[in-house]
Design a protein around this ligand. Structure first.
Ligand code: GLA
Length: 363
């Protein structure tokens, strides 16, 4: 028999391991799943919020580092989390004035962000327990999470059955596949809210970003899209070529003022229905590269402007402003109130499908 040191043996295969991770305030048990691949890459995902708790990817010297923000224990997530790593739904991003009409009926939602609804309302999919099941596919190891959102939950119509499958592939990708069905017409927009820091710590202003989008959806002061699709040309929103995130973030610009930095939806160029490259991030210090492929039409780039140093996360790190960045693949914000935007309506008998891949490599 071939002898391998314990660490190498564990790293040599794809595996998924389940452990207890504590309890919610109402006494529901929470599990955490550790997915590993043969390259040593590791993703830890918990059943509360379907949250990516940690994601370890190699730097240019092969050294693994955790590239997402969050807490070491469940407690932090229960007490105060700005959606760290969570699945967002039923409607990711904002719905203006916390209401929309569908089939002639008006629905009222929770105003959890000024006058508006953000990320599904007061208790969105980031704050519920998902039912986990280990799955194996030819791509790698996976975790299937499901949740049934009841008719009327947070004001949304229809019983919505949602499944999200996370797969850690052999090619250092974290793949997320979302699908949902409903028994009554509703609106759906699902995403993941991981805060990335490819250096593993500190500010993200040195990260370089490319977004394959020639237009974005400008917003009002409440971060609700005005309805316009505006060219990025000649503005600080132009990431068609790699640009340092910090180079233009403090420019005098109405859109940057409204977001306190970047907090906008980009209209992706390459919308094929299949997976297409949406964005690429490069961190020069570690050499880490993250590419995002998606079937979605839009991507919200949020530069962590509301982090303010009040959260101490993993390894005692204090998360200051712009210490993490989110790239949330999605349909456009406030689509339920914007008839010109691609529809987010899901009808009975239809299936919602959306896939996103975060691929890690080095340069
Ligand atoms: C989103 C929003 C931001 C902010 C964060 C959470 O991505 O667009 O404005 O609310 O979530 O802090």
């Amino acid at each position: 028999m071939l002898w391998l040191p314990a660490t190498t043996a564990a790293m040599a295969r794809h595996e998924i391991k389940k452990q207890a991770f504590g309890m919610t305030d109402s006494g529901e048990p929470v599990e955490i799943y550790t997915l590993t691949n043969a390259n040593g890459m590791e993703a830890r995902i918990m059943s509360y919020g379907g949250t990516v708790v940690s994601l370890k990817a190699p730097d240019r010297h092969g050294k693994l580092g955790d590239v997402v923000l969050g807490y070491e224990t469940l407690d932090g997530y229960l007490k105060n989390s700005p959606y760290f790593g969570a699945i967002i739904g039923r409607y990711a991003n904002r719905i203006g004035k916390a209401r929309f009409s569908l089939d002639g009926k008006e629905y009222t939602l929770g105003k959890n962000n000024g006058e508006n609804t953000l990320h599904g309302g007061f208790k969105g999919f980031d704050k519920v327990i998902w039912k986990g099941k280990e799955v194996k596919s030819k791509d790698g190891v996976g975790l299937s999470l499901s949740y049934v959102s009841k008719d009327g939950e947070e004001g949304f119509p229809g019983n919505l059955t949602v499944t999200v499958v996370y797969t850690l592939t052999k090619n250092n990708e974290l793949k997320i596949e979302y699908n949902a069905t409903t028994d009554k017409a509703t609106v759906v927009n699902l995403t993941n809210h991981s805060y990335f820091n490819l250096a593993g710590e500190g500010s993200i202003l040195q990260h370089e970003l490319m977004i394959d989008a020639s237009r974005f959806t400008p917003v009002d002061s409440g971060l609700i899209p005005t309805g316009e699709l505006r060219s990025v040309k000649g503005t600080p929103m132009d990431f068609t070529q790699f640009a340092g995130i910090g180079t233009r973030i403090d420019q005098q610009d109405e859109q940057l003022t409204f977001g306190r930095g970047y907090d906008h939806n980009w209209v992706l160029n390459n919308v094929t229905g299949g997976l297409a490259l949406a964005a690429r991030v490069y961190e020069p210090g570690s050499g880490r590269v993250m590419e995002i492929y998606t079937t979605e039409l839009g991507i919200q780039f949020y530069s962590g402007n509301f982090l303010d140093g009040s959260i101490t996360g993993k390894n005692g790190q204090v998360y200051k402003q712009r210490y993490g960045l989110c790239l949330e693949t999605q349909h456009f914000p406030d689509s339920p109130n914007k008839s010109d935007f691609p529809s987010t309506v899901l009808k009975r008998g239809q299936r919602y499908n959306s896939s996103t891949i975060y691929r890690f490599s080095v340069k």
